[in-house]
Design a protein around this ligand. Structure first.
Ligand code: CA
Length: 219
C-alpha cells in the first residue's frame, strides 16, 4: 500500500528502523467465559487460555517498530515478529500513518502486490479455537472492495471482503471478524492472504486466539 503518488511501492523496503521490542501487545484472553453457572467450575478446570501455551504472538503487529508515519515492506521469507511472510509482499504500517485497530501498528496484506502472513501455534486436539481479527482496507486507491482469505492449515476457513468506500486513513472503519476450528493435532497454522491485485490491500490488526473444549464450547 502507499499514498497514491508520493511513494513508489518498490521503494518502501528499508524504511524505518527494524529495532526489536516495541511491545508485544498479544493479549491473554480468557477462554470459556460466560458459561452457565452449573458449568463454571468445570470450565475453570478445563478451559485454558490458548495463547498462554500456544506461543502465538504479535497479533497486533506492534513488532518490529516501524518509524512513525511510514510503513515498511516485507517480502516472502521475512519475519514480522512471530509472523512469517509466506508469500508476496506486505506492508507493516507505523504509528500515525493511519488508524490502527489496536495499539499503533497494523498490516496491509498488499505490499507491492498481494501478500500473505502465517503463524504456527500449539494446539490441543478436540479443543475448539477462535481466531479473531479486525479488518479494514487501504482506502488510498482502487479497487474499493478488498478481498482475502483466512486459512487454517491447508484449508480456506474464510473468505473475507471489506468495502473501503467512505473510509479514510483517520477513519478506517475496522470490523471484528472471527474464524473457528477444532484442532486435530498439536499445532495449527493460521494464514491471512490478500486476493486483490495492486498495492492497496486488506488491512488486519488485533489477531487474537481463544479456546475452549468442544463439549462445553459456546464460541
Ligand atoms: Ca496493532
Amino acid at each position: 500500500m502507499t499514498v497514491p503518488s508520493a511513494r513508489g511501492k518498490g521503494g518502501a523496503a528499508g524504511q524505518g528502523p527494524r529495532r526489536a521490542g516495541g511491545g508485544n501487545r498479544w493479549r491473554r484472553l480468557r477462554a470459556g467465559a460466560g458459561l452457565a453457572g452449573a458449568l463454571a467450575g468445570l470450565a475453570a478446570v478445563t478451559a485454558a487460555p490458548a495463547d498462554a501455551t500456544s506461543g502465538h504472538s504479535n497479533g497486533s503487529f506492534e513488532t518490529p517498530v516501524v518509524r512513525p508515519n511510514t510503513f515498511q515492506t516485507f517480502s516472502e521469507g521475512r519475519s514480522i515478529g512471530a509472523w512469517s511472510v509466506s508469500g508476496g509482499t506486505v506492508d507493516l504500517v507505523g504509528q500515525g500513518f493511519w488508524q490502527a485497530a489496536d495499539g499503533a501498528q497494523s498490516l496491509d496484506l498488499n505490499g507491492s502486490g498481494p501478500g500473505e502472513v502465517s503463524q504456527t501455534f500449539s494446539t490441543l486436539p478436540l479443543v475448539k479455537y477462535e481466531i479473531g481479527y479486525r479488518l479494514a482496507g487501504n482506502p488510498a486507491a482502487a479497487p474499493a472492495v478488498k478481498t482475502g482469505q483466512v486459512w487454517i492449515g491447508g484449508d480456506v476457513a474464510q473468505n473475507f471482503s471489506f468495502d473501503t468506500t467512505g473510509k479514510s486513513f483517520a477513519d478506517m472503519g475496522y470490523v471484528q471478524q472471527k474464524v473457528t476450528f477444532v484442532a486435530t493435532g498439536l499445532s495449527a497454522t493460521v494464514r491471512f492472504n490478500s486476493t486483490v491485485p495492486g498495492a492497496w490491500g486488506p488491512v488486519i490488526d488485533d489477531v487474537t486466539v481463544k479456546s475452549c473444549l468442544v463439549i462445553i464450547c459456546h464460541l
